[in-house]
Write a protein that binds this ligand. Sequence first.
Ligand code: IDC
Length: 494
Amino acid sequence: MKRSLKVVLASAFAVATVSAAALFALPAGAEAASFTVTNSWSSGYQAEITVSNPASSAISTWKVELTLPTGSTVGQAWNATLATAGQNVTFTPAGWNASIAGGASTSFGFIVNGAGRPTSCTVNGQACTGVTGSPATSAAGSAPTSAAAPAGASPSATTASPSPSATATASPTATASPTPSAPAGTTPLAINGQLKVCGTNLCNAAGKKIQLRGVSSHGIHWFPSCYTGTALDALATDWNADLFRIAMYVQEGGYESDPSGLTGQVNQLVDMAEARGMYALIDFHVLNPGDPNYNLARAKEFFAAVAARNATKKNVIYEIANEPNGVGWAGIKSYAEQVIPVIRANDPDGIVVVGTRGWSSLGVSEGSSSAEIISNPVNATNIMYAFHFYAASHKDNYRAEVTTAAASLPLFVTEFGTVSASGDGAVDTAGTNAWLDLLDRLKISYANWNFADKSEGSSILKPGACAAGTFAGTSVLTESGQLIRSRIRTADDF
Ligand code: IDC
């Protein structure tokens, strides 16, 4: 019995190597656990286990135990408490997810250092006894990158799978894609896929209205040590962030000084966000001069390159002008109508966010309003309009404008701060919460300024945090960082 169990597990985990989920069922009425490899690389992989309760009544707690082959260890886990003893790994609830209602489930994730898949699995002390249903197959495009650990890299992968659908998932078409795309599993990207604008909302591939919540980098050319794999891991798994905005300044030593270097850095961050199941907002961070037409040629060159390079990815959103200022709506609209076709020619389905007058205030900070956009919108489809606020500076009149505009325009808060518009000063907790409550209610996506460790009030990280290289948890966070993390890590409504 034990031996046949191992055979079943081995074949099922081999299937998981090439993207599918393998479901192990307990006797009728007991809990079940499904294991999915959500991402893999030559020296390890990321996995997710879903514990489901098929019974009609709730269970009060759960415990999943795995055995890993020698040479493989769990490096970190999230949404579960990890304990290891030799090659035995135990996952128990994180604290808030112990009870599982009848018919419900909970998921947790972990990183394994080493390519070996588990050789045994129990849920609440009972051995997994078989495979139920067919492994969840996925479209060819959702297989992990071909650079991922091949099936043969797993000690448990040598058993041929008896399942026809498993054979299908392992077919060359499933693994030949040169571009890694949405991993299977429960990341924001895997759940939502290619986004599109629907009416005044952001919708996922299935047409459901969604909100993305995440953070903005500071200028990537100033703070590269803040945007490491470890940093993005913390955002994806400790913060549960959906979105990472890549702020690429154009002036102040940015793109105009090093176009190819900055383009490469942006593309690398797109890949890093994608590998962690997050959306990437590519921000052409114009600020001074405020007329984006000053940078029109640079914008066309930059967006042609990043749109062509990232065309097949599902996680990319383009923000073509951070904060136009000192320029009328007609000038911004003209700029947008010249840059958007360049993006569309290379990446037809990517959403484009257009900055608005008065530092993306919908015009309010320059004495205008969203009416100028509503009466004269950008001539393009699948676009949204940017709104920015700083909670200590922008109050009820700005909230009223957003409420009005949201009835007519698809809005995206691509940048906001908890402090004053200077980016510094005290955190306005009440103002920030009022704003975020409004954005939640209207399902408007947002990114907080800024994920860096500069000594200024809007920084998420304490000075020195990036050099120290630890990003998870609250001890590395400023007051602003702690407030924003607490708002972002709550469950998404996808
Ligand atoms: C600020 C940074 C600051 C930096 C400055 C450089 O916080 O460290 O020295 O830019 O220009 C914005 C801009 C954003 C600003 C931010 C705070 O998009 O670039 O960042 N802000 O002033 N709009 C409103 C506020």
